[in-house]
Ligand binder design. Structure first.
Ligand SMILES: Cc1cc2nc3c(=O)[nH]c(=O)nc-3n(C[C@H](O)[C@H](O)[C@H](O)COP(=O)(O)O)c2cc1C
Length: 252
């Protein structure tokens, strides 16, 4: 079988029910933690509740289009908060095992982390940030931690997104990473297909949320795995980059 054919088979799901019987969950193993240890300086972003109040759902669908050209206009912290909440915000817990969020996820596993490369957000030092959805639970208050500087921002982002230099002009790029064990705990070897399906919901919420804010976005699967994982600080096995979404004020 060629590699291409093997990859096609990856999309198959021969016996989901039997496969689940082999999972750690079915063996009584404790579920993995919801979040990662906090290591950076915390920033609590302003509430976003008055944003995107008067936009019809149909108009969002009509206006959603990938935008790859951005003005120099900074993003506000409330807009960034809205983008983060609407793609990964935690609304409630189920039995201390799962979280319910603004996106669906198979088995409510939610195997993603959100990292943000900030170029131009009002009042926020540029650099690399990480969203902490488990902070301020029960409130729509978004907390992020600052993980460090991003020297030579444009060059670094362009390398991360495999030469797509336009993305470095965006005030922020959201990088979604996957912690596969979060899904494997429940779905064992079937996890990886589920995780990719989960990811599509995150991307769609990101795009519709950007439109709701009068912003534009572009989802990116063309990224450099090694560069992204190196810049974010991931081991590429237990956590690795799976998606990028640039967001900014479109010029078109
Ligand atoms: C999974 C996925 C990966 C994508 N990767 C890229 C990318 O790396 N670079 C890019 O310019 N556009 C990327 N796009 C955007 C598509 O090119 C775009 O959705 C498509 O051309 C249709 O245009 P529309 O989004 O305006 O409807 C991606 C979209 C999806 C859903």
């Amino acid at each position: 079988m060629t590699q291409m054919e093997q990859n096609r088979k990856f999309m198959h799901c021969p016996s989901f029910r039997d496969g689940m019987k082999t999972s750690d969950q079915s063996q009584g193993v404790e579920p993995p933690a919801f979040g990662k240890p906090i290591v950076g300086e915390l920033f609590v972003l302003p509430l976003f509740e008055n944003l995107a109040e008067n936009v019809s759902y149909a108009s969002l669908l009509d206006a959603r289009r990938s935008k790859r050209s951005y003005s120099d206009k900074p993003m506000t912290q409330a807009e960034l908060a809205f983008m983060l909440w609407s793609t990964q915000g935690i609304q409630s817990f189920r039995d201390k095992v799962a979280t319910f969020r603004t996106v669906p996820s198979g088995g409510a596993r939610h195997p993603f982390e959100t990292y943000i490369t900030v170029k131009n957000v009002e009042g926020l030092p540029p650099g690399l940030y990480h969203y902490l959805p488990t902070e301020n639970l029960g409130e729509k208050k978004v907390t992020i931690e600052r993980l460090g500087d991003l020297p030579d921002y444009d060059k670094t982002i362009t390398e991360m997104v495999a030469g797509q230099a336009w993305a470095a002009k965006a005030p922020v790029v959201l990088f979604y990473t996957c912690i596969p064990y979060k899904s494997e705990w429940r779905y064992a070897e079937m996890s990886h297909r589920v995780v990719l399906i989960d990811l599509g919901h995150v991307g769609q919420n990101a795009m519709l949320s950007a439109v709701a804010l009068g912003l534009g976005s572009c989802c990116m699967a063309a990224f450099d795995q090694a560069a992204c994982d190196r810049v974010i600080g991931l081991d590429s096995l237990n956590e690795y980059t799976v998606y990028g979404v640039s967001v900014g004020t479109p010029t078109e």
